[in-house]
Design a protein around this ligand. Structure first.
Ligand code: 5RP
Length: 259
């Protein structure tokens, strides 16, 4: 791996712990003004000090994050669909690598839709992005299994994650599932988990705890942080699980206490 690419990746996965808390606020790219993200700048501001990186689109980056920020950016560069269509898989690459470099990002992110109508295009788009990323030193995060009707079990998620890694993704984002260690063991690159739909805070912390215990290097969590009644407490609670292997009860106490 080239120095630049390795350096950028180390801005996301913290060398001190080998783990990461990524804050995902990219939902609007197909969901529009998602609950909790109606005014992204207001949502992001108090959370920024606690995020190891911020995952978002170029539009929200330009309009809602101060250019002085030193939080590493993971730029979503796939899109082209909306929630109004049943098939979310018809995505293309929406941002050039040159623009990603101009925006000084630490990685780019693209969704792949294994088993969907546009499986081939999303996979070849990932491969093309990796080729460009290797050329310019930008790591690529592959996001798997978003919006799938298919059961998100270890068999399906292993398939998605392994294909992403085989095509060259440097980091993979997927969902936690039973037998998650099988997904991790068969994927040769690090895995972070999405939080998914909002669930009670203790359940979301349990999810993060289970994922870390079974081999994830971190979380790329959105709604379970910014839709919480205490987003700042919640992100700090997630941090102690990810970076300090804290118990669920300890983390929950932090969520309750921090204001
Ligand atoms: C959607 C995404 C989101 O960033 C992802 O789903 C993470 O957010 P959440 O924790 O809310 O599920 O990649 O395409």
């Amino acid at each position: 791996m080239d120095w630049g690419l390795k350096n950028r990746l180390s801005r996301i996965i913290k060398p001190e712990t080998g783990r990461t808390v990524m804050l995902a606020v990219d939902h609007g790219y197909f969901l529009g003004p998602t609950s909790g993200l109606e005014k992204p700048g207001e949502t992001i501001k108090p959370l920024l000090p606690y995020a190891d990186s911020l995952m978002l689109t170029r539009g929200v980056l330009r309009t809602s994050v101060p250019a002085e920020s030193d939080t590493p950016i993971v730029l979503r560069v796939s899109g082209g669909t909306s929630i109004l269509h049943d098939d979310l898989s018809n995505e293309d690459i929406t941002t050039s690598m040159l623009e990603a470099i101009k925006l000084n990002v630490s990685a780019v992110a693209i969704s792949i839709f294994v088993g969907s109508a546009h499986e081939k295009e999303t996979l070849t788009n990932l491969a093309k992005l990796v080729t460009q990323g290797e050329e310019y030193g930008i790591p690529v995060l592959a996001v798997t299994a978003v919006g799938r009707e298919m059961t998100r079990d270890a068999k399906y998620l292993s398939l998605c994650c392994r294909i992403a890694a085989e095509l060259g993704a440097h980091l993979v984002k997927t969902y936690y599932c039973d037998d998650f260690e099988k997904v991790v063991e068969t994927c040769p690159v690090p895995i972070v988990i999405a939080g998914g739909k909002k669930i009670p805070e203790k359940d979301a912390l349990t999810l993060a705890h289970n994922a870390i215990s079974h081999g994830a290097v971190g979380v790329d969590m959105g709604r379970n942080i910014f839709q919480s009644d205490n987003p700042v407490g919640m992100i700090q609670a997630v941090r102690v699980i990810v970076h300090k292997s804290a118990t669920i009860d300890k983390a929950y106490g932090i969520y309750k206490k921090v204001t």
